[in-house]
Design a protein around this ligand. Structure first.
Ligand code: SP5
Ligand code: ZN
Length: 360
């Protein structure tokens, strides 16, 4: 029986974003969130027969539903201001990268003054030194957001399952911060678009190897959108280090609508799938009307960015568990950095979801 499919939203505009590596522990390294990722995913989708659809362009005001307009404006202008300040010549850095950060305890209780130097402005909104801004980063981040928003449009139009091939990824981007190779939060934009389109209750289930600290931030105070994540335990020394612990359960009206399931480095399939089942129970308990899946496949065995050791079969079983929720579902691409396995992992997961009836 041929494998079932559903629509995939993809654009070549992802190629505009070439971070040109990252700075990690002070050292410029090649980085793993590379242009090839987006093209490998497209090839795998096409080979498996997934219809590939261009995103529509959405009004930029849509970004402000989940992000601070000042941060969006910063992302829009950061690279041109960096170039105008001459950093590509002296000291010879053509990507925007911070060196100083306004930590809350260092600047609290006095008026916040936006620094004049672009090198200092570079630390105002990013959490880390690994999320560089190049000349096409903002355009590609907009294109990725458009993929997620188009997927939401299709879901609101009655299509039961859609995949948004977002690159750059998004789940480490919060209301007023970005980092971890993410700039705009594609999954949060999709979830908010569903809400704005009349869906009462949304569940975001995050399978990426890392905690989606940005998505958690955006929905932490809200009861309408559940955020539920399985990820490598930040307490065991993994990104995003400061956030993603099990006792972060939401705040105020959002109390109970945030669920973190950290798992141990090297845990393998069993504990990871048990956590995925738990997230599905949480989504059902939330009485969600629609599902957004942050589909990172960087938990897979061999991925250079995580120690989880999850098999391709476990990703398929996770997809079957999600299909069991029987909800309109938007998959949003997050991480996944093993270039030899990325396409197969993504398409294998989506196909398992469709073959389990998730697209009906
Ligand atoms: C979207 C996503 O998956 N972001 C994860 C970013 C994690 N970055 C952690 C810091 C980078 C360190 N990389 C060094 C790899 C050495 N094996
Ligand atoms: Zn990740």
């Amino acid at each position: 029986m041929p494998s079932r499919t559903f629509p995939a939203v993809w654009t070549e505009r992802h190629r505009l974003h070439d971070p040109g590596g990252e700075v990690w522990v002070g050292v410029p390294i090649a980085g793993t969130e590379v242009v090839a990722r987006g093209d490998l995913i497209r090839t795998a989708l096409a080979e498996a027969g997934f219809p590939i659809i261009d995103p529509a362009v959405h009004d930029r005001s849509r970004l402000h539903r989940v992000h601070d307009p000042a941060m969006v404006d910063y992302l829009r202008t950061a690279h041109e201001n960096w170039v105008a300040a001459g950093y590509p010549d002296e000291p010879g850095q053509d990507r925007v990268v911070p060196y100083i950060f306004p930590l809350p305890q260092a600047v609290a209780d006095r008026p916040f003054r936006l620094p004049v130097a672009p090198s200092a402005r570079a630390g105002v909104y990013t959490t880390d030194t690994t999320t560089l801004i190049g000349p096409g980063t903002y355009a590609a981040a907009l294109a990725a957001a458009d993929c997620a928003l188009s997927a939401a449009d299709m879901a609101l139009g009655g299509i039961r399952a859609v995949y948004a091939a977002c690159r750059p990824p998004g789940h480490h981007a919060g209301r007023a911060f970005f980092g971890g190779s993410c700039y705009l939060n594609n999954a949060a934009l999709a979830a908010q678009a569903l809400r704005d389109g009349g869906v009462d209750r949304v569940a975001v289930v995050d399978l990426d190897a890392h905690h989606g600290n940005g998505t958690q931030d955006i929905f932490y105070d809200r009861a309408d959108v559940l955020y539920a994540s399985v990820h490598v335990d930040p307490g065991a020394g993994w990104f995003p280090h400061f956030v993603g612990f099990a006792d972060e359960r939401g705040r105020g009206p959002g109390e109970g609508a945030n669920r973190n399931r950290p798992v141990a480095p090297g845990c393998g399939d069993g504990p990871w799938l048990a956590a995925v089942e738990d997230l599905c129970v949480a989504a059902a308990g939330h009485r969600a009307d629609a599902l957004v899946v942050s589909l990172g496949v960087d938990g897979a065995t061999g991925d250079p960015e995580s120690p989880l050791g999850i098999s391709a079969d476990a990703f398929r079983r996770a997809a079957e568990a999600l299909a069991g929720l029987a909800l309109p579902t938007i998959f949003v691409q997050e991480g996944g950095y093993d270039l030899d396995r990325l396409g197969g992992l993504v398409v294998g997961t989506l196909s398992a979801f469709a073959n389990a009836g998730g697209n009906e």
